[in-house]
Design a protein around this ligand. Sequence first.
Ligand code: NAD
Length: 430
Amino acid sequence: DLAIDAAHKSQESWSKSSPVERSTLLLKIADRLEVNLNEIAIAESLDNGKPIRETMAADIPLAVDHLRYFAACIRTQEGSLSEIDNDTIAYHFHEPLGVVGQIIPWNFPILMAIWKIAPALAMGNTVIIKPAPQDPLAVIKLGEVLNSIFPPGVVNVIVGSSPDIGAALVDSPDVNMISFTGSSMVGSKIMESGGKTMKRLLMELGGKGALIMTEDCDIQAAVGGIASVWGFHSGQICTAPTRVICHKSIYEETVNTLKATSEFMTVGDAREESTLVGPVITEAHRDRVEAFIQSGIDDGAEVIVGGERPNMNGYFVAPTLLAGCNPDMHVVKEEAFGPVVVVMSHDGDEHAVELANDSDYGLFSYVYAGNTTRAYDLGRKLESGNVALNSIAPHMYAPFGGFKMSGVGRDRGRWGLEAYSEVQAINWPS
Ligand code: NAD
């Protein structure tokens, strides 16, 4: 209640600040984060077990870049003329929504927080952000930095372990929008209760990334792509290509190459520079991932790599490869949110697309084919918000979001900025 009240009180003056003023403050935050990079990266790694090399090289620098991106965007954000109609002219504008509640998961706290805070503030909204209960530390530190630069009440951080805290933001008639990243299950609940107050909703939810390999693809490149994300943040990534669908003629070679590559994935202490795979977030989550692997084994999958708990002190899961999978298995349908890759074979492009689209999710998929035209044709047939061709690298400012149970709306880029606005069209006779 205090946070909502503070966000309301500051909303009017903040929304009247000029885009240049907002842009300048966002740039100041970016500079400050860059100076404090070490401190925030260490807080993030200690809190959630993400290897320090990832937080230093990816999470924090990307967050800084997003701040600068939205600072630039808001300077050039303009109203625009609607299409010509015979008798009327219309000009439309983006207005701030008001108070935005932002609820984030534990896998990328700082990056998720900045993805949401930067465009919302740039557009002239005030925000209340709620990090996940498992690892709020870096976001609390971020809140201190933000509050030393933005006027009081513009950014509010609330923490706590009960789901009631997020639910209170969703239920409040004084919160105009909920921007949520998390599981599809909680996302559905938020859609349902948010509807009562007609909340504007941006939902970034779960994924089970398919990766199609055609018979003429570069197997080494595809395996290199899979392996680079397999253990990244212990596989706790919504966009990871964890559902490999490879042509039957290259199936054996693919499985063998994945097995050989897994040997380089060093599991260990997140603070060590040499560590590629740290622990998963909690003991409960480790147990969940282990039960997930066991369900694959019970359903007849073959364990090629991993499958057993590493003999180490901490919540570690060994990178695991399950082959011989089929689309009815739970391990193929659901997210592991751990370092678990499943492999299926296909007998041609049409079959590959059918298997890839046989999923409730549609967040990020991948195609490796002998040439870009073939990869592009396959990619256009996939029910997925993003598709990467012969690469696993995402474009950081392309619209990001999901088909089907993976979400509603788009984050990032101009879409991410405009998601935090209400559009008003002014009409007059021509
Ligand atoms: P989660 O859905 O359990 O929790 C997410 C957040 O919602 C947390 O802050 C939690 O406290 C809060 N919450 C829980 N119950 C709530 C309720 N009833 N009302 C309001 N808020 C509530 O997800 P998680 O376990 O923290 O994160 C993992 C999930 O996030 C995975 O499914 C993953 O795919 C997804 N994810 C998606 C993206 C994306 O961009 N699409 C990015 C990262 C993670």
